[in-house]
Ligand binder design. Structure first.
Ligand code: WQD
Length: 326
């Protein structure tokens, strides 16, 4: 299979590229390197430097002929999306529409979207399945839902099918340490905790300790990026075989609290990992955990690497390397 990854030089994209390469698929990567790293790109990939907002560049790369594309080029920081909505509407919505329309023009009919649990907003029941109402509480989540809605329309109007993969909290690193690129100035819990453990940040601020959860801190569904990557291979196979649309959650179905992540990190790294308990972060739900039964049923997908030990150990391996170099 020939697959083109838009945003393939990023954290998720690098792992998705590795997964396709491991089964000898042909992988193209189109990335503007605004956050992705050139060093993340495996030599076996054909790299195209470009921006999804440049219609000519997108048209040119799609003219090379691809069986499927994966869209991983959206901006993903929920908090930032509330402060810089123009950046998110331009890149995530306008950019995605360029990708969708140019795929259709180039007769690339199989589109895999990196979507997000953020489309659900505050959960009204748990675990969250795909029938749960979609009421995003941040602009980032809305942009992902907007892209999904456009995919749905275009698949009705044109010969075009998609799979939307609603990631829960992506975490971890490739077990063999093939990907070493660290996110600059992360906001997500696990990279922040790891920066503290590696001495790159003074302490972790725990946003709230008074939630209705066993230890009072926020609970999330962390899913290993290796499991997520496998989901993209299965989605591509599903599209080429069935020519049908699918929207599925990719989550471990296990809830882990901030305190559990903190305690496990201290145990595995042997570091103190200073933490300060502060006010809740606005917009944070107490608990968000997936049902991934549909992904198992339709794609045969399972989260096999998503234990807290695997996530923390594989991440610490990469941050430890960084700490040694600093
Ligand atoms: C996890 C938990 C925080 C940082 C976000 C996006 C979502 C998706 C994943 C892309 C929460 C707590 C965090 C910190 C903390 N992104 N926390 N101190 O908010 O669940 O989801 O990233 O698809 O769309 O919304 O992830 O890692 O920010 O927070 O206490 O410094 O850790 O309160 O309970 P979140 P997160």
């Amino acid at each position: 299979m020939k697959v083109l990854l838009f945003g393939g030089a990023g954290y998720i994209g690098t792992h998705v590229a590795l997964a396709f390469l491991e089964r000898n698929d042909t992988v193209g990567i189109f990335d503007n390197l605004s956050s992705g790293l050139r060093s993340n790109i495996d030599d076996r990939c054909q790299f195209y430097e470009g921006d999804i907002l440049n219609r000519e560049q997108v048209r040119e790369v799609l003219s090379q002929g691809w069986d499927a594309v994966v869209h991983l080029a959206a901006f993903k920081a929920a908090g930032e999306s509330m402060l810089k909505p123009f950046k998110y509407s331009e890149n995530n919505i306008t950019g995605s529409l360029i990708l969708i329309t140019e795929c259709i023009r180039a007769e690339v009919r199989n589109f895999i979207l990196s979507s997000s649990a953020a489309v659900y907003g505050e959960p009204s029941y748990l675990p969250v399945d795909e029938k749960h109402p979609t009421n995003p509480t941040n602009y980032y989540g809305y942009t992902k839902l907007c892209i999904e809605e456009n995919l749905k329309w275009y698949s009705q109007l044109k010969e075009f099918n998609y799979v939307a993969l609603r990631y829960f909290n992506a975490a971890g690193y490739d077990q063999d340490g093939k990907m070493l690129g660290l996110e600059n100035n992360p906001a997500n819990l696990i990279p922040v905790v790891m920066e503290v453990a590696a001495g790159l940040r003074p302490n972790l601020l725990v946003f709230g300790r008074d939630y209705d959860t066993p230890d009072g801190t926020g609970v999330r569904d962390y899913v290993h990026v290796t499991d997520l990557a496998k989901g993209h291979l299965l989605a591509a196979d599903y599209l080429l075989k069935n020519h049908k649309n699918l929207v599925v959650n990719l989550g471990s179905e296990a809830g882990l609290s901030v305190q559990q992540i903190l305690d496990t990190t201290r145990e595995i790294t042997g570091k103190e990992v200073a933490a300060q308990y502060v006010e809740r972060r606005p917009g944070d739900p107490a608990k968000l955990v997936a049902s991934s039964k549909l992904a198992k049923k339709e794609l045969g997908w399972e989260a096999l690497h998503s234990s807290v030990e695997s996530i923390v150990t594989s991440t610490w391996k990469v941050y430890q390397e960084q700490a040694k170099q600093d």
